[in-house]
Design a protein around this ligand. Structure first.
Ligand code: ADP
Length: 506
């Protein structure tokens, strides 16, 4: 590996899989990207085909290496980042998934979640795992598969089935699959299953038993930065160390160099995810946030975070494009929003799969309120964008209450941060500067750094800090009275979505 000069990151996201070749200064050399099918079998159900994801992964790695005109011999290490919570269960003897991957947004486990909570309710396991019982997390999704797929429970009990988020699915395949594949995951992915003790970073056998999940299905929990294995012979990266795994939001936190207590980032993708570093202490939330692992480098102590997860932000723009057809591409929403001065009194609360942070209300559904004869499509486009910024303000307030830290600026990334109108409105509504880095692909970059640090390609966090550079900054321009007036109306709009689902309404 003497002439290895790059690190490869695989970003297995909700809508697509990307491979990115990074150089030593943290710059992108080349990329490959393929979207995969979003499967919606019923209202509230969202699935992916794990085999399509594995095929796409091989293809995008081939694309990125070919476009960079290099081979695996020039790659020092591979890092993986992934959509978290999305659940794959497969047969270790055949390598075949027993069911499609159940995606993080899927709400089919609502009944399971209520039954598990029983009289103790949603916070039953929170002190141990940092999470409220919700459809979002992997454990209940595994239970659904074992309960509903013919023969799955018998096979699981016989030790034939394996579970993982998509990181584990890819690593198992990349390291050989049925021929000696490693069944491992990292602490950040494990912290999204509802099955890992936050303090000891080990599986909680009692919770697994409550969910009827045999321990033999669970991957070994490893740090986020260490050599887990090597690419299989005959694969795209034979012999190359696979050396970093971080869930996508944790990877972005790492790539944004949020290494000190109180540093935060917000990622604007399909949903929005804001994380604030709380150091070596796992801070319990009293304001609707999740306590999660931010990262763990090799044998170092784990670093924790508080997280505000918002289910629907960029996907509301997609819905506006695909379900209403008012625009034909996501960036066009900005042109439409700019045809008007303000939202015209309209507020759009996209509680399509209930409300995540800080409410955690599964029975909420979307609402567009404040409509008058005056409102036109420009106002609604603006309300769509503003929904993202208002939801972020709510999470920000919850973080300040839980951590005692008032942000002085917010680092942002993700697909929606290309939208300058949204970023300005975000600064206005938060009342603090919003800062976008030069390299906006912070998720893939974070995974690359985790892998590169493990093999000595980078020395440690200081390299990440040194390579981080500011790209653009937005400063608040709205006066305080207007900020509080419009935010008050938003909060009123949110209350209109509560308690919509009935026994005969999903
Ligand atoms: P993910 O990693 O979750 O798949 P990305 O970070 O790639 O998502 O962001 C894609 C999301 O951003 C999509 O939901 C899309 O609707 C939204 N988006 C992309 N460009 C814009 C834009 N210019 N304005 C508003 N939303 C946008």
């Amino acid at each position: 590996m003497a002439d290895a000069t790059y690190v490869l990151a695989i970003d297995q996201g909700t809508t697509s899989t990307r491979a990115i070749v990074f150089d030593h200064s943290g710059q992108i050399v080349e990329t490959g990207q393929l979207e995969h099918e979003q499967i919606f079998p019923k209202a509230g159900w969202v699935e992916h085909d794990p085999q399509e994801i594995w095929r796409n992964t091989r293809e995008v790695v081939g694309m990125a290496l070919t476009r960079a005109n290099i081979t695996h011999e020039h790659i020092a290490a591979v890092g993986i980042t992934n959509q978290r919570e999305t659940t794959v269960v497969w047969d270790k003897n055949t390598g075949e998934p027993v069911y499609n991957a159940i995606v993080w947004q899927d709400t089919r486990t609502q009944k399971i979640v209520e039954e598990l909570g029983g009289s103790e309710g949603a916070d039953k396991y929170k002190a141990k795992v940092g999470l409220p019982l919700a459809t979002y997390f992997s454990g209940p999704k595994v239970k659904w598969i074992l309960d509903n797929v013919d023969g799955a429970r018998e096979k699981a009990e016989a030790g034939d089935l394996l579970f993982g988020n998509t990181d584990a699915w890819l690593v198992w395949n990349m390291t050989g699959g049925t021929d000696g594949g490693r069944h491992i995951t990292d602490v950040t992915n494990a912290s999204r299953t509802m099955l890992m003790n936050l303090d000891s970073l080990t599986w909680n056998e009692d919770i697994a038993a409550d969910m009827g999940i045999p321990m033999s299905m669970l991957p070994e929990i490893r740090s986020s930065s260490e050599v887990y294995g090597e690419g299989r012979r005959g694969g795209m990266v034979p012999g190359v160390p696979i050396a970093g795994i971080l869930g996508d939001q944790q990877a972005a936190t790492f790539g944004q160099a949020c290494f000190e207590v109180g540093m935060a980032k917000n990622t604007y993708g399909t949903g929005n995810f804001m994380l604030i570093n709380t150091g070596t202490e796992a801070v319990p939330s009293e304001n609707g946030l999740l306590t999660t692992v931010a990262y763990k480098i090799g044998d170092n102590a784990p670093i924790y975070a508080l997280e505000g997860s918002i289910a629907v932000t960029g996907s509301l723009v997609q819905w506006f494009r695909d379900n209403l057809g008012i625009i034909s591409s996501a960036p066009e929403i900005e042109d439409l929003a700019k045809t008007v001065e303000d939202n015209g009194g309209a507020y759009f609360v996209p509680a399509f799969s209930g409300l995540f942070a800080p409410y955690w209300k599964a029975d909420a559904r979307g609402a567009l309120v404040g409509l008058t004869r005056y409102v036109n499509k420009g106002h609604i486009a603006r309300a769509v964008l503003e929904a993202t910024a208002f939801q972020t303000r709510e999470v920000n307030d919850a973080m300040a209450a839980d951590s005692g830290v008032q942000l002085t600026e917010l680092k942002v990334d993700g697909g929606m941060v290309a939208n300058e109108t949204l970023m300005q409105f975000q600064a206005d509504i938060l009342g603090v500067d919003v800062v976008r880095p030069k390299v906006a692909e912070t998720t893939a970059l974070g995974a690359a750094y985790a892998a590169g640090i493990a093999v000595g390609y980078w020395q440690g966090e200081q390299d990440v800090i040194d390579n981080w550079a500011e790209g653009k900054r937005w400063t608040p321009q709205m006066d305080d009275a207007e900020r509080e007036r419009t935010y008050r109306l938003w909060k009123k709009a949110v209350t209109k979505t509560f308690d919509w689902v009935d026994d005969d309404v999903s």
